[in-house]
Design a protein around this ligand. Structure first.
Ligand SMILES: C[S@@+](CC[C@H](N)C(=O)[O-])C[C@H]1O[C@@H](n2cnc3c(N)ncnc32)[C@H](O)[C@@H]1O
Length: 300
């Protein structure tokens, strides 16, 4: 594989300008030691667009009126789309066994909106849909599930709905057989389940894009903050907290913590999993009424 950056070169000034622009627009932060990595990821785009230098590409991204589409390509190039079905599934069980029943016990007619906010190729919202279906919720209650990512190519994969072996490393085999059909290129998700998720391209740093989804009562924003600077995490969490209802439930990845980032959410243990709750008295009472966790064998 060619290292375009060898020929193109990413000098200090261009690196700093490009790095800061990318940080500001996407939240992704490349520290000084990651200069070559950034250069390698972006070089094909610089060359394909016919620019002679990263600096010209920077000016294009920053000032050109056609740059909106190009930002999608930048996201595709920088995006780390590692994900799989049934990942960190305790949180999904907490949603299905505690948060959903509590919501419909108190507001039976009020649709519950769940947003998977950096879903890569879609395994996370589809896992949520599977778990809700297994527990019978999709049949009997108004639940809306949204899956989004800033990378258009990730969302194109999600819309296609065909998954390879790596996506199944944690999914119980009975669920794979129940919800997927083997095809030449991989396993296709059942159309009825696929139809329960609405797919969109959304950049978490763009308030105009986020606003439509951030009023969701439940937000899964997992394993994306690990790529962000503390400042970007703060910006996103502030945006979410501004638009989420109370109580609102924000799930982040197991290795991510918001404790130093926000006081708008409280870390709670619900149904055996950790979740950040946009506080109010109702949310507090729910914790004490947490029901026992549903076992995977009960879902299959
Ligand atoms: C490692 S995946 C996480 C997938 C899934 N949430 C999970 O936990 O398995 C990280 C995703 O974050 C997306 N991402 C990075 N920056 C983003 C941003 N500013 N807005 C929305 N998504 C972003 C990437 O495109 C990538 O698909």
């Amino acid at each position: 594989m060619p290292f375009y950056s060898d020929t193109l070169g990413l000098p200090d000034t261009a690196f700093t300008l490009l790095r800061d622009l990318i940080h500001d627009r996407t939240g992704l932060f490349y520290e000084n030691g990651k200069r070559e990595l950034l250069a390698d990821k972006l070089s094909p785009l610089v060359v394909e667009r016919g620019f002679d230098s990263f600096l010209d590409y920077y000016y294009f991204l920053k000032y050109d009126s056609d740059a909106t589409t190009e930002w999608g390509h930048v996201m595709d190039a920088l995006s780390v789309q590692e994900t799989y079905f049934w990942r960190e599934v305790d949180q999904i069980h907490a949603l299905v066994d505690v948060i959903v029943p509590e919501h419909f016990a108190t507001q039976p007619k009020e649709p519950l909106r769940i947003w998977s906010a950096a879903c890569a190729s879609g395994e996370e919202p589809l896992s949520i849909a599977m778990a809700l279906n297994e527990a019978g919720w999709l049949r009997r209650a108004p639940i809306e599930i949204y899956g989004s990512d800033a990378s258009p190519s990730a969302i194109a994969k999600a819309r296609r709905g065909i998954y390879r072996e790596r996506s199944f490393r944690n999914l119980p085999p009975t669920l794979r057989l129940k919800y997927f059909t083997k095809e030449q290129e991989g396993w296709r998700i059942a159309p009825e389940l696929q139809a329960r998720v609405q797919w969109n391209t959304v950049n978490l740093l763009a308030e105009a894009e986020v606003i439509r989804f951030a009023s969701s009562k439940v937000i899964f924003c997992r394993n994306v903050f690990i790529y962000f600077s503390p400042d970007s995490i703060r910006r996103v969490v502030k945006l979410l907290s501004k638009h989420m209802p109370s109580p609102g439930y924000l799930f982040v990845g197991a290795s991510e913590s918001l404790l130093r980032v926000t006081t708008d959410f409280e870390l709670r243990e619900i149904g055996g999993a950790f979740v950040y709750v946009k506080s109010d008295a109702q949310a507090n009472s729910m914790v004490t009424t947490a029901r026992p966790k549903l076992k995977v064998s009960n879902l299959a």
